[in-house]
Design a protein around this ligand. Sequence first.
Ligand code: HEC
Length: 168
Amino acid sequence: MSTPTNSSRTGTAVPASPSLVQTLLRPRNLAIAVIALFALVQVVSFPIIAVAGWQTNPNPVAEPAWNSPETRALAVRACYDCHSNETIWPWYSKIAPVSWLVTRHVIEGRQRLNFSEWGVRGVEVNDVIRAVRTGKMPTKNFLLVHPEGRLTDAEKQQLIDGLSASLR
Ligand code: HEC
């Protein structure tokens, strides 16, 4: 590491030992710092989410009177992870910072529309149908990790027809 010097004989300055910042910025130390920070965030975040009960599935209260099992199956595929009490919480939903995003989507999603608490809060049926027709729902980031939530045009139409027949 240190370059040889003849400081004693020539009087040239001895190279300064690396500063604290230089030491910290060494790739190995940076990697250790990032891993330690990541671990610390998990240690703090995990119990908070657990204690707050943000990633739980409360007992279903009531479902819409589905016109067919197919309509329900389409809604389960495309909507239930955020709009029901039957959310599937995959392993990565437990890991910060992904856990924060997923938890927020589910809390907000359930507030707007919850197929497991049908009739508890007023929901505009037209809004639900519009969300599917315009492609606003399911959300783009959901489809990135849930290809099974992607509906073909035919399935989309089937869901729209099924929702119109089931929701009131
Ligand atoms: C990844 C989670 C997620 C999925 C999957 C999802 N939603 Fe949503 N949805 C949200 C969130 C978050 C909100 C509230 C924020 C907003 O409006 O963008 C919302 C809002 C809504 C609203 C109210 C606001 C509006 O645009 O009218 C409706 C209706 C809705 N979703 C319907 C659906 C339907 C129907 C499906 C399935 C085809 C679906 N959503 C799938 C997360 C989701």
